[in-house]
Design a binder for this molecule. Structure first.
Ligand code: ACO
Ligand code: ZN
Length: 195
């Protein structure tokens, strides 16, 4: 089933008191903090810094205006000349590498906003599909991805360090672009995005 722009209206977007923008150098410490709080996949500082250096234009953060602290992030990369999940060809893929929102800020649409901005930028930079890995047990995250029309394209046994399997979920530009645009419109109406 392919979602439509109207199905996205089910997304909550309560982005009051937030700044959502591209990651800056001085945000990296905050991103690392959120990563450690939200996910068992904790990369070293060097990984975050190199992602920032190489893919800083597709790296987004959410900041609480009241405290100035990073409370969510979506870190992404682009992979050129790689095998398509949907056709025989070779394509440029966007890769949602790591996404997290602090517990006390969840269910307000922050991940929705971070993901939409990331996907929009990756499509504008030439990606024809976007993919990610997610724990098979992580139903909340999978639900978010389904809303953007991602589907499970593979299961990778023992992908994670603790032995859990991963689903690879992917979406084609033509299947998710309208939804992404719709969310971006809503976000800009709220006046929160500073790119
Ligand atoms: N239970 C059920 N559905 C959920 C849940 C949940 N706990 N959380 C999100 N969803 C679904 C819902 O459909 C939700 O819409 P609704 O609130 O209108 O019902 C929709 O996703 C959008 O939710 P958002 O509010 O945009 O998401 P949030 O800002 O709460 O962040 C996230 C979601 C990132 C998964 C957060 O729960 C988190 O940080 N979890 C721990 C880290 C994690 O799992 N990250 C993703 C790993 S995969 C990867 O990084 C590529
Ligand atoms: Zn990945």
């Amino acid at each position: 089933m392919v979602g439509t722009a109207s199905s996205i209206l089910q997304f909550k977007l309560d982005l009051r008191d937030l700044i959502i923008r591209r990651c800056r150098f001085e945000d990296i410490g905050g991103v690392i903090y959120v990563n450690r709080k939200t996910l068992p996949e904790n990369y070293n500082e060097y990984l975050f810094l190199s992602m920032y250096r190489i893919f800083g234009d597709i790296f987004y953060v959410a900041i609480d205006r009241n405290t100035g602290r990073v409370i969510g992030y979506c870190m992404n990369k682009m992979e050129e000349n790689t095998k398509s999940f949907f056709s025989r060809g070779v394509v440029t893929k966007g890769h949602v590498f790591s996404l997290g929102v602090l517990k006390e800020y969840r269910r307000r649409g922050i991940a929705t906003a971070l993901l939409a901005l990331s996907m929009d930028k990756m499509y504008r930079k030439g990606c024809s599909e976007i993919f990610l890995e997610v724990r098979v047990s992580n139903k909340p995250a999978q639900k978010l991805y389904y809303k953007f029309n991602y589907r499970v394209v593979a299961r990778v046994p023992r992908y994670y360090a603790d032995g859990e399997d991963a689903y690879i979920m992917a979406t084609l530009r033509e299947d998710s672009e309208d939804i992404v645009k719709h969310v971006i419109e809503k976000i800009s109406e709220m006046g929160v995005v500073v790119d």
